[in-house]
Design a protein around this ligand. Structure first.
Ligand code: SF4
Ligand code: SF4
Length: 330
C-alpha cells in the first residue's frame, strides 16, 4: 500500500512500532541490499552522551583480522554498491588500514566514519593519506557548530580538536570541490528533541565553518538521537524517556518507511554476525531472527524478509526521517 503523505502523519501515544506501521497499512520488509555496513567494534576514545552503543574507552569488542578476512571474502563474492565502515572508533582497531585497502578492491564506493578526534589522535596524517589514495569517502561526526554544545555532548576540548582535524583534512584535499575526496559531516541534536531541517543545518554549518574556521566540507547529514544505549540510560535517569518516545511517535511519517536503511543495508558486527541496521545490532535483534555469520552467506540477505523492530525505530521515521545517508524526505 502506498501511504498517504498528506494527512496521515503521526501515531497517537506510545504503541509498538509494528502496530503503528499496521495502522498505516504498512509492513517493514527488506528490499534488495545495496550497502554493506561493517561495525568493526565498540572501543572508542570518546564516551558521547548520545551514543546508542554505549561505546567508549572501556569497551573491548573489536573485529579480529580473521573476521576482517571473512568480511572481505563476503564482499568479494557479493558485490554491494557501497561499503560503510563504522564503530566505535574504527581508527583504534588494529589492522584497519589493511582492511580498508582490501575493501577498496571489492567496492565501488567505500565510506569511513570518524569522530575526528580519533583520526587526530590515533590515525594521523598517515591514515588520511591512505584514505585519500583509496578515494575513501569520509563521514565525520560534528554534533554541533556550537563549541559548548559539542563539548557538552562529547567531552571537553572535542570541538577544537575536531576543527583542527577538519583543517588538516582540507589540506589533504578532503572536502575541497573538484578533489574527488568527500568530507561529509553528521550532526545531531544535543538532547531529547528532533534535528532541525537538514538543508537549513547544512547552510548554517557551511556559513559558520567557513567564516570562523576556514573549513570546507562536501555535505551535511542530520539524524535524531536514537533511544538506545547510553542515550536511553540518560533519557531514563533524566525522566525524559516517555516524553521523547511520545514526541518521536507523534512525528511518525509513513512516507519515510520505503526509504529506511534497514531495507537496503546489511550490517555486520565485529564478530561477523548480520543485522538489518546498526540500531538492531545495538538492541541485539539479528537479521532474519537468528544469528547468521558472514561466512555462512553466499549471497545478499534476501528481499522480503521481515525486519525486527523496537520503539527506537520511531527515531528513523519522525519528521523527515533519516538514514546513515541523511534525511529521507525533504
Ligand atoms: S557516538 Fe560515536 S564517537 Fe561517540 S562514543 Fe559513540 S561511537 Fe564513539
Ligand atoms: S531502527 Fe530504523 S533502520 Fe533500524 S529497523 Fe528500526 S526503522 Fe529500520
Amino acid at each position: 500500500m502506498t501511504p498517504d503523505c498528506s494527512d496521515s502523519v503521526g501515531c497517537s501515544g506510545i504503541r509498538p512500532f509494528s502496530s503503528c506501521l499496521a495502522n498505516h497499512g504498512l509492513v517493514l520488509t527488506r528490499d534488495n541490499a545495496t550497502t554493506l555496513q561493517i561495525n568493526v567494534g565498540l572501543n572508542c576514545n570518546l564516551s558521547c552522551r548520545h551514543c546508542h552503543h554505549s561505546a567508549g574507552p572501556g569497551r573491548t569488542e573489536t573485529m579480529s583480522r580473521e573476521t576482517m578476512a571473512a568480511v572481505t571474502a563476503y564482499a568479494a563474492r557479493v558485490p554491494f554498491a557501497a561499503i560503510d565502515v563504522t564503530g566505535g572508533a574504527p581508527e583504534l582497531v588494529p589492522g584497519i588500514a589493511d582492511f580498508l585497502a582490501e575493501l577498496a578492491t571489492v567496492s565501488q564506493r567505500l565510506m569511513f566514519r570518524t569522530n575526528l578526534v580519533a583520526l587526530h589522535d590515533h590515525g594521523g596524517d598517515e591514515l588520511v593519506r591512505h584514505c585519500a589514495a583509496l578515494k575513501v569517502a569520509l563521514f565525520a561526526s560534528l554534533p554541533s557548530i556550537n563549541e559548548g554544545q559539542a563539548d557538552g555532548q562529547r567531552g571537553s576540548g572535542v570541538f577544537a580538536t575536531s576543527v583542527a582535524m577538519l583543517r588538516r583534512l582540507n589540506e589533504a584535499g578532503y572536502g575541497i570541490q573538484g578533489s574527488g575526496l568527500e568530507l561529509n559531516l553528521a550532526a545531531n541534536p544535543a538532547g531529547a528533541f528532533l534535528p532541525t531541517g537538514q538543508q537549513a543545518a547544512e547552510r548554517r554549518f557551511r556559513q559558520e565553518l567557513t567564516r570562523r574556521y576556514g573549513v570546507e566540507f562536501t555535505n551535511l547529514v542530520t539524524f535524531a538521537n536514537v533511544p538506545l544505549g547510553r542515550f536511553r540510560d540518560w533519557l531514563e535517569t533524566s525522566g525524559n524517556l516517555a516524553g521523547y518516545l511520545e514526541k518521536l511517535a507523534a512525528g511518525f511519517n509513513p512516507c519515510t518507511v520505503a526509504g529506511l536503511m534497514c531495507r537496503s543495508q546489511a550490517v555486520i558486527d565485529w564478530r561477523g554476525y548480520l543485522f538489518d541496521c546498526d540500531f538492531n545490532l545495538a538492541a541485539g535483534l539479528p537479521l532474519g531472527g537468528r544469528p547468521i555469520h558472514v561466512s555462512e552467506l553466499s549471497g545478499p540477505p534476501p528481499a522480503g524478509l521481515a525486519v525486527p523492530t523496537g520503539d527506537y525505530c520511531y527515531a528513523c521515521t519522525a519528521g523527515a526521517g533519516f538514514t546513515c545517508g541523511g534525511a529521507i524526505s525533504s
